[in-house]
Each structure stands twice: as C-alpha cells, then as structure tokens.
Design a protein around this ligand. Structure first.
Ligand code: GLA
Length: 374
C-alpha cells in the first residue's frame, strides 16, 4: 500500500509533480520586470491528493510530518514551517475568489532544500496544480504560477519575483524558458546539452540560502527606489545606452544595483542568441560575467559561491555562476561532458582545502514543468 492509502485509508484521486529549477542567467531581474532564462530540474515535489468536502486540509510530507487545518481558518502566517506553503496556496486560491475547500495531500520531494533550487516554489506549484484539477478550476499554468507567487509573497512573507513559480509551472523538457517578467510572454529556447557534448553541473555549496531574512527584500526595495528616482515604473525600462546618464542621478549606493540589473537583462539576450545559434559553449563567458556582476555590483555572492565559480573555471568549465537569490545556494558550471567529474572533484577538493563542507553535486538536464502524473 502506498503512503497516501496508509495515511488516509483510501486511494488518492490523482498524482501531480512540480520541479525545482536552475536559472541559466537573468538573476534579480524578475522583480524589476526584466528577463530570465531558467530550466526545470528533473527533481520534483510529488503530490498525491484527494478532495475533502468538510473543509479540512490534511497534509503529510515524508520529511516534515503531518499537519491539519480548516481552510476557513487560513490567514497569512497561520501555518508555519513546510506546511505553510501548501496552506498558503489554498489561502491564495480562496483569496482570488476560487471556491476551494479541503483536501488530503501526501507530499514527497527530491528537490534539495535551502540550496537555491526553488524547492518552495516546487511545493507551491505541486499543490496549485493538484487543486486546479481536484476543484476543476481550469486555471492556466501562468495563472497558477501567479497564485503560487501571491501565496509566497502575502502568506509566507517572502517578497519573491515570478521566476521560480513560472519555471516550475511552464518549463518544457529540452528547453530553457525565456520569460519576460512584465507580461509573462514566454518562449521555449531549445537547449541540447548532450548534443553539444556539454553538461550543466549544479554545485550546492551547502551554505543555507534564506530569502526570508530581509537581505532580498532590501535589494528589491533598493531597485524600486532607484526606479522611482529615475521616473520609471521598473528598472526594466532602462537600456544599456541610458546607463551612463542615469547613474549620476542616483545616490552612490544604488548605482551598482542598477548597473547589475541593466547589464543582466543584456546578458539574457546574449545567452538566448547563443542558444538560438546552437553555440552552446558560447554561453560560458556570459555566465561568468553574470557571476562577476552578482559578486561585485549586486553583492549577493559569498566565499563559497566565489570559490566554486573560480575553481570550476580554472578546471576548464566554459563558464560558471551562482544561480538563484544568492547568499549561498548553488553554482552552475557549463562543462564538457567528459570533464564533468574532474571539475566537480576539483571544486570539492578546493572546498575541503578551505575547511568548507563538501558541495553536493548533480547534473541538470532541462526537464518538464508541473504536470499530472497519474
Ligand atoms: C529568488 C526569487 C526569484 C528571483 C531570484 C533572483 O529565487 O524567488 O523570484 O528574484 O531569487 O533572480
């Protein structure tokens, strides 16, 4: 008997899966209404679920244990810890006017947590897509992503942008998602790593990445302040040609933030052009330049992410960068497939030599977004 039946005494109505992600390039651009280029990971959060008509939300996760709450009692922050994410999604659906009630959910995940790989977005999206089917809501993938983002912003209290939820909901196998965060226009850009003899290493630095601690919110507020001072709705409206004139109009401390966002949007365009031309290895230097910008201008890197990037590049990677919000988390490195093991071994050795915890390594292939699996 599977876990769901053991827990709830009957079979689930269905099973759904939603993946974590790595972002190839376009970091801290989403809340500036700019461009991002994530891929979905093969690692997913899986939800088995069944509707309940008594208004009770019963939750179980392999890692986190069980929780139970009446959906009518849901209010921002009323459920904390891992169960807060599913609760937040149900709250956000109700807030958006959808007449949803209770459910039984059994959740299981192989997305590493706290590694900057969007395990929370995957959890939110798995619940959102399950509820969409259980209650026949008929919401589209982007609409579910927006519900999941609202859940995280207003219920969990993390002011994240839309990238992670859109990546988890809308990525396609074999492609990167070129997303315009302003109107959610998207284009699937084929990424055939194996065909090019390449691999994408993901090195989890094991430095706990926590966006709830205020640093992320502070950066976002800084960008919004800069946009206001420049008379813009969002920094997305600023092009590279405007930068020289715009920067002197800003207080010193905001200038590097703006420089990062503007140049990063450009790097997304460059990356897409390389992918479209089938020049995958040419992506490498764009990744490394993106890391330098996050380290020097946006200042969200840390010694471990810098060491992983520098060591990977010295070991022959075409390019490398931290991915996700920063302050730890994971680094991606674009490597020749046959060099993947050697690069990972060099990074591990460099970490141990510095007294850092050895990184956890996985290889990413662009996988499918959230879907019903049974
Ligand atoms: C986190 C957020 C995203 C995005 C990235 C940085 O992953 O959840 O919305 O802002 O950081 O690019």
């Amino acid at each position: 008997m599977n876990t769901f039946s053991r827990l709830y005494g009957h079979a689930p109505e269905g099973e759904w899966a939603a993946p974590g992600r790595v972002n190839l390039i376009g970091e801290h651009t989403d809340y500036n209404l700019g461009f991002v280029l994530p891929i979905a990971l093969p690692q997913t959060v899986r939800a088995q679920a069944r509707r309940r008509d008594d208004g009770l939300l019963r939750l179980h996760s392999t890692e986190g244990g069980s929780a139970e709450v009446a959906v009518a009692d849901l209010a921002p922050g009323s459920v904390t810890g891992w169960a807060g994410y599913p609760a937040a999604v149900v709250w956000a659906l109700r807030e958006a006017g959808h007449d949803v009630g209770g459910a039984e959910l059994s959740l299981d995940s192989d997305v590493p947590t706290g590694a900057g790989l969007s395990s929370s977005a995957a959890l939110e999206c798995a619940v959102a897509i399950a509820y969409n089917d259980l209650y026949g809501l008929g919401l589209s993938a982007p609409e579910l992503a927006l519900v999941a983002q609202r859940a995280e912003n207003a219920y969990v209290g993390v002011p994240c942008g839309i990238m992670d939820q859109m990546a988890s909901m809308c990525c396609r196998a074999g492609a990167a998602l070129h997303l315009d965060s302003r109107d959610l226009a998207m284009r699937q850009v084929p990424v055939d790593l194996a065909g090019a003899g390449l691999a994408l290493l993901v090195l989890d630095t094991r430095v706990k990445h926590d966006l709830g601690d205020g640093a992320y919110a502070g950066l976002r507020a800084g960008c919004e302040r800069a946009a206001r001072l420049l008379g813009l709705t969002a920094l997305r409206e600023l092009g590279p040609a405007d930068l020289a004139a715009a920067l002197p109009r800003l207080p010193e401390e905001l200038r590097p933030l703006v420089r990062h966002v503007v140049t990063e949007n450009e790097r997304v365009s460059e990356a897409v052009a390389h992918l479209a031309a089938g020049a995958l290895a040419a992506l490498g230097p764009v990744l490394t330049a993106g890391h330098a910008s996050l380290r020097d201008d946006y200042r969200v890197s840390c010694p471990e992410t810098d060491l992983a990037v520098d060591t990977a590049v010295a070991a022959g990677a075409h390019g490398a960068r931290m991915t996700g919000g920063g302050f730890g988390g994971s680094v991606i490195a674009l490597v020749d497939a046959e060099a993947a093991e050697a690069v990972a071994a060099d990074v591990t050795a460099a970490f141990l030599a510095k007294g850092f915890t050895a990184p956890r390594t996985l290889t990413a292939t662009p996988a499918e977004g959230a879907r019903r699996t049974a």
